[in-house]
Design a protein around this ligand. Structure first.
Ligand SMILES: Cc1cc2nc3c(=O)[nH]c(=O)nc-3n(C[C@H](O)[C@H](O)[C@H](O)COP(=O)(O)OP(=O)(O)OC[C@H]3O[C@@H](n4cnc5c(N)ncnc54)[C@H](O)[C@@H]3O)c2cc1C
Length: 487
């Protein structure tokens, strides 16, 4: 079954929502697809519609007026029949076709049953966001050790606190809202280990001074943490987790300037859950196979290269939000608007924003990108993080490949990057296809280059039954036939 629109937007997070709303305001017919059950993405993650009354999460959110305005615009366009909103639909592949794109989707609203379909449009906008970047450490595969994004998603999406006594670690300002959110739900946040030192920010005064709202946000979290007596320990890391059936304690240590544990500083802290995050890695699954150029970003990730109007190097293909570099929700919203304005211009439609408004959005995006760059430089991955690993530490959890096996592949077989290490050890060949271990394996290969994900032709596992149904569904032309097929 195939549907068409003027524009397909993949990802209904802040970037995709604002792009879709702008394109709709400009008169285009839009298909907006997201694998989640509600719009909002990671930043505005909410419980499913039917559970919102019983699971209050509003106090965990920021910028809700903007979210509500975008929801309102999307609902109005949907009611007018110009927005085709596809929630619980996962895009597994996007390919060029004639003068446009075919976006292959599995409808998972009745999971485990899957229905495959294709959406077609002359223009495609990819706003698939990012996922938590992880570094392995001894014990990171114990139950109760989560990513900080995972802790936050449980909290915002289900009102669930993953533990009663939680330690957080990693680097970056995202540790702060997660600590504040957990504390607001009565969780004892026993420690927040920040690997970077705050003094690193002083090396980038320009972007800091030009983004006072970010300071205000940071000050708000600092006040919340102080209220709950949560201590943030700079230049400290969680270097191990212990427990039998699940985590019962973590080992924390002060770090030297290159990230090695300072001798004599290690100590154990009793916990029942742990959250760790080392920034985010952009979700480029759909963009890499389409052939768009990538570029380096300051945080060690390859990101999609875009021009000032969010056009990729592939004609008709646009990107916005964290696929273009990790920088927060406000930046994602601005980039979504810019991308949609480019789609309108390239489709011959009139702009939605007036010239001065467009210039203001551009200037805000430039300022926020500079801030994101300063943030990445102030919160790097510690150079010597791999000194925390023993040879027995599992690096690739799907295929159970250890740090020792990766080191051997590098030292004895001369594997230069994560791709060759994958061929020699199977690291990255499992269910997650290297999303979890890829950045770490790249670091272990001692590569200075940014982490560039391998090309994955299928972005999410899709059943053969759904694919077989795609051919049959392409041949049917009325709903009675569809009912016959279902039986
Ligand atoms: C787990 C997690 C939690 C986060 N929580 C916060 C937070 O609480 N506060 C904060 O300031 N920042 C948070 N962030 C950072 C946050 O991602 C950004 O600031 C902001 O949400 C980026 O907006 P975006 O639109 O670029 O991407 P996202 O918000 O990530 O939206 C991308 C959307 O694309 C969808 N998608 C991805 N791939 C596909 C596909 N193949 N098919 C269909 N749909 C797809 C996803 O379901 C998602 O809804 C979080 C990040 C992560 C990874």
């Amino acid at each position: 079954m195939s549907e068409s629109a003027d524009l397909v937007v993949v990802g209904a997070g802040p970037a995709g929502m604002s792009a879709a709303a702008t394109a709709l305001a400009g008169g285009l017919r839009v298909a907006l697809v997201d694998s989640g059950t509600a719009v909002g993405g990671q930043f505005w993650r909410h419980p499913p519609e039917h559970a919102r009354q019983s699971i209050p999460t509003e106090d965990l959110h920021h910028a809700l007026p903007e979210y509500r305005a975008l929801c309102h615009a999307l609902s109005a366009a949907r009611a007018a029949g110009r927005l085709d909103l596809r929630l619980a639909h996962h895009v597994w592949s996007a390919v060029r076709e004639d003068d446009g794109f075919a976006v292959h989707v599995v409808d998972r609203r009745q999971a485990p049953r899957e229905i495959a379909l294709a959406l077609r449009a002359p223009k495609l906008l990819v706003a698939t966001g990012a996922y938590d970047r992880q570094l392995p450490f001894p014990g990171w595969d114990l139950p109760g050790v989560l990513t900080i994004g995972g802790l936050q998603a449980l909290l915002k999406g289900g009102g669930v606190a993953a533990g009663n006594r939680v330690a957080l670690g990693g680097t970056g300002p995202f540790l702060l809202p997660v600590a504040a959110g957990l504390a607001a739900r009565g969780v004892e946040v026993v420690t927040v280990c920040e690997a970077a030192h705050p003094a690193a920010w002083l090396r980038h005064p320009g972007p800091l001074l030009r983004n006072p709202r970010k300071w205000a946000e940071g000050a708000g979290y600092a006040a919340a943490l102080a209220r709950h007596r949560i201590r943030v320990r700079p230049r400290t890391a969680i270097v191990g987790a212990q427990g039998h059936d699940r985590v019962t304690s973590v080992r924390i240590a002060s770090l030297t300037s290159d990230g090695r544990p300072r001798p004599g500083t290690e100590r154990h802290v009793a916990v029942d859950a742990v959250g760790v995050g080392w920034g985010f890695a952009p979700q480029l699954d759909l963009l890499v196979p389409l052939g768009c150029a990538l570029t380096d970003s300051a945080d060690g990730n390859a990101v999609v290269a875009v021009d000032r109007g969010q056009r990729t190097t592939v004609a008709g293909l646009y990107a916005a939000g964290e696929t273009c570099g990790v920088g927060g929700a406000a930046l994602a919203v601005g980039e979504g608007r810019l991308a949609a304005e480019s789609v309108l211009a390239d489709s011959g439609a009139a702009p939605v924003l007036r010239r001065r408004q467009l210039a203001a959005v551009r200037s805000a995006v430039t300022g926020q990108r500079a801030f994101a760059r300063a943030l990445a430089l102030a919160h790097p991955i510690p150079a010597a993080w791999s000194s925390w690993l023993t040879d027995e530490t599992v690096v690739c959890r799907c295929e159970e490949v250890t740090a020792g096996a990766v080191r051997t592949a590098r030292a004895e077989d001369g594997a230069p990057d994560h791709r060759q290490i994958k061929q020699l050890t199977r690291a990255g060949m499992g269910w997650c296809q290297g999303r979890m271990c890829g950045p770490a394996v790249q670091c272990l290969a001692a590569q200075q280059r940014s982490y560039e994900p391998a090309e994955r032709l299928v972005a999410t596992p899709v059943t053969l039954g759904a694919l077989a149904g795609l051919d049959e569904l392409d041949d049917i032309d009325d709903l009675d036939d569809l009912d016959d097929l279902k039986e």
